[in-house]
Design a protein around this ligand. Structure first.
Ligand SMILES: O=C(O)C(=O)[C@H](O)COP(=O)(O)O
Ligand code: GLU
Length: 355
């Protein structure tokens, strides 16, 4: 089966070999407070920061999932309230989840085809501003200009869900304070871990909040990571695999270039073949998750026919669950796999025209 599901998604072809190597190396049996583990963690963070061009003064933690990052932010960074700027299911879910913890969230929804602009008046003092960089559910992205603008105009801590874009495209790290992603998307790894990247400003805010009540409190996590340890027994295999993948992949500038070229090519291919793109405004179309809209019956036919040919299309998610399918444009997917899906989609389009 070739999968284009946007998470869990296709893992890098080399992961099979890395799994074997992890077993043979013995590191996955090592205690997580041993020198062996600590050296691996230190090197992994170092390599990740280099490959993804993360600023030196930002810190990297590995946690269990993007969902856990929602919890960590709600517990450890919110002084009083958070503002959620979103246009889709995952951004909204983040707000709902946070609300259960902090009981004080504000929202600023925007439209699918809207280019996000900052309305300073909606942001309160001290409020953590929460934005989804790439909304996996509907295939939209927020522009780098927005992050530059918000950073210039607001002193607030800015938290960004980059679950389906980190390691796939260049991120404007300096223009936000907390970035997180789970590894089953653009990292091309099996699910079960997330990467959380925090700025000095976020750490300052965590110190001010001073929250240490939970096993995953940000300050407690940080104390451990400063020693290259983790608060709880970590996903050592996940760390081993991300370390291997970070050694393997080219620098993010090269990955970004390829992702964007492929995205452009996907969008023109789909339009050329008569598929209706979910996002009409080119400026906000995601580079990593492509959403296609159609009638419910036709979506079902396409997904079924694809499966019969060994291809998994991503289901729709949220409002357009049954009226869309999604194609992951993640770096681990290779050119042959893309060619196979294209050949299928072109044939299906022709079939519809002839019917
Ligand atoms: O695209 C997304 O966003 C997601 O699929 C999920 O929020 C991923 O979260 P976790 O499963 O890693 O908690
Ligand atoms: N994380 C999603 C799946 C990913 C997706 O479909 O975008 C879920 O909880 O169902």
């Amino acid at each position: 089966m070739i999968t284009f599901y946007p998470g869990p998604s296709k893992v890098y072809d080399e992961v099979g070999q890395y799994l074997q190597e992890a077993f043979e190396s013995g590191v996955i049996s090592a205690n997580h407070r041993s020198q062996e583990f600590m050296q691996m963690l230190e090197k992994t963070i170092h390599d990740l920061k280099i490959k993804l061009a993360v600023p030196d003064d930002y810190e990297v933690y590995f946690v269990s999932s993007a969902t856990e990052c929602w919890e960590i932010i709600a517990q450890s960074l919110i002084v009083e309230s958070s503002l959620h700027i979103y246009n889709g299911a995952f951004g909204e879910k983040w707000m709902d989840y946070t609300n259960k913890i902090s009981r004080n969230t504000a929202e600023s929804p925007f439209e699918l085809n809207e280019v996000l602009v900052l309305h300073e008046s909606v942001v309160r003092k001290n409020e953590v501003v929460c934005i989804t960089h790439n909304e996996t559910s509907n295939g939209t992205k927020v522009s780098d200009d927005f992050f530059a603008n918000i950073r210039k105009r607001l002193p607030n801590v800015i938290a960004v869900d980059a679950t389906s874009s980190m390691a796939g495209v260049i991120l404007p790290w300096e223009n936000a304070d907390v970035w997180y992603a789970s590894v089953q998307k653009c990292f091309g790894l099996p699910a079960g871990m997330a990467v959380m990247i925090v700025s000095p400003r976020a750490i300052q805010q965590a110190v001010m909040v001073g929250e240490r009540k939970h096993y995953n409190s940000l300050l407690f996590t940080r104390d451990n990571f400063l020693k290259f340890q983790t608060p709880y027994t970590p996903n050592t295999l996940g760390i081993y695999l991300i370390s291997k993948v970070m050694q393997q992949v080219p620098a993010i500038a090269e990955v970004d270039f390829r992702t964007k070229e492929r995205a452009k090519s996907w969008y023109s291919f789909l339009e050329h073949n008569g598929y209706q793109l979910m996002v009409e405004n080119e400026a906000v179309r995601s580079d990593t998750v492509i959403a296609v809209r159609d009638a419910k019956e036709r979506i079902a036919v396409l997904k079924k026919a694809a499966k019969q040919e060994g291809i998994i299309l991503g289901n729709g998610y949220g409002k357009e669950k049954d009226t869309s399918f999604r194609i992951a444009n993640f770096p681990a997917i290779n050119d042959n796999e893309i060619a196979t899906l294209r050949e299928f989609l072109a044939r299906m389009a022709l079939k519809t025209v002839n019917e």
